[in-house]
Every structure is written in structure tokens, then in C-alpha cells.
Ligand binder design. Sequence first.
Ligand code: SF4
Length: 282
Amino acid sequence: MNLNTPVQNTWCPGCSNFLILSSAKKVVADLVKEGWARQRDFVTVTGIGCHAKLYDYINTGGFYGLHGRAIPVANGILLGNPKLKVMVFAGDGDAYAEGVSHWLHAARMNPNYALFVHNNQIFALTTGQVTPTSEKGFPGKSTPRGNPLRPMNPVAMALEAGASFVAREYAFDARNLAATMKQAVKHKGFAFVDIIQPCITFHDTRDYVSGRTYRIKPMKLEQALKKAREWDYSRSPKARIPVGIFYRERRPTLEEAFGAKDWHAVHPKRRLNASLWSKLRV
Ligand code: SF4
């Protein structure tokens, strides 16, 4: 199996995106080897940002989406073929700013795919503006006197919005990252993984994050919410950062909630008769 592509990689040398890419490849390779899916069943969907180049570097089917719109693209792919194994990659500016409504409604609706957010707490591709998870005081390009706003907490928000699988990982802990990504891909329903992904060029958080992380196991929702609030994405000197799977549950996916018959009925190929469909294709 060849998961590499001939595209030249343009990430900064040493960028933690490399670790997310290698973890994604490992997940696909493992699951193909285990017979869980075929390589051609995997679909990589991205938004726009440094993270999105991952689309170019992994040999699966895919769709390079618009900024903040990876999730509606994934919904469409799932609608067209619910058997595909969709992996959605987004950035923090991508998913938590422009795409915030898509992300929260995905958590509520529980479509059957995994969302991996490369959270570097900055707009990295555009060289350093604040995002919704940038810490207060961060002197980004758009806030040279320091970010006046406090960050949002995406893990707590995903739990509140109803995501059926919620995790946080640290990109530089590649072994655990790959293990959690694999569980997220195999999860039946919407799996959300916030990946702390230091941008070593414009927002290097390694000194702060390394040494503060500790591993957790899945827990009940109320406990998970409490655990999620232990770190508020600030640079508090006392903070510790829980990583791992906070919560998971099996509940009806979007497809199951609508009923498989109705789900397929909304597909235009099935709704329209063959001759009308052929006219619409011109
Ligand atoms: Fe990675 Fe930051 Fe470079 Fe983008 S700008 S490739 S996130 S180190």
C-alpha cells in the first residue's frame, strides 16, 4: 500500500503537522491491514490553512474544501455514499472561526465521520493573526498590543454540543495521537479530536505545553465537562492539560436518526427518475 504522493511538502521543517500526517497514514495503513476498510474507501477532506496541505500529501480520495467549510463537504460525501470512511481535517481558525456553526451542528447531528482540528491557536498560513483559541495577550499580527479576548474552549464546547466522541491530543506525542485518531475513525458517529499543534514559526507553544500534559480515560459527561475546564487554553502558569479521550457514547448517527430509507431518498439520483437526472447532468 502506498499512502505517499509525489507532491512536494512545503510545511516548515519541523512543523508538528508532519506528525499529524504520519499518524493519519498509520491509521489508514493499520485499518486496511486489519481488514476494517480498503484504501479506496478513505476520503480526506480539508478546509483552508497550513493543515489543509495534508490533502496533497496522503494518497486517499479527498476534497480540498473552502475555508471553514470542510464539514458541509463531508456531510455531502456521506450523503452520496455512507459507506465511505471520511476523515476531516481543519484548522482552529478554519473550524472555530469561519466554520464554527458547521462544527457545533455536526456535534449535535452526529454524522459518521471524524474531525481532526490542527489547533495551533493562530492563523498560521497567513503568518500570525489571532484565532478564537489564541490566548489573551498574544501579540499576533492583527493584535500587536496583545489579544484582548479570552480563548474559547473547544473541548468543553464539543461536549456541550453533544459530540459522541471527544478527545484532545498533543501532536508531539505521536504514538498516543495515532492511537486516538484510530479510535476516532472507527467510532460510529461524530468524533472530535482537538490536536494541540504548535506552529513552530509563528506561535511556538512547545515550552508551555510540554510537561503539562497528562493522560486521561473516558468518563461520564459531567466529569468530562469538569475535566475539559481544567485548561482554558490560556497560558496560566499553574495549568495542567488533560489529553486523551474525554467522552464517548454510542448513539444514533445522523443517518440512523433519519432512517436509512429516508436518508437515501434525499439523494437526487434516487429522488429523480433516470431520464430527468440525465437531463440535469448536462
Ligand atoms: Fe507549520 Fe506554522 Fe509553518 Fe504552517 S507556518 S507549516 S503551522 S510551522
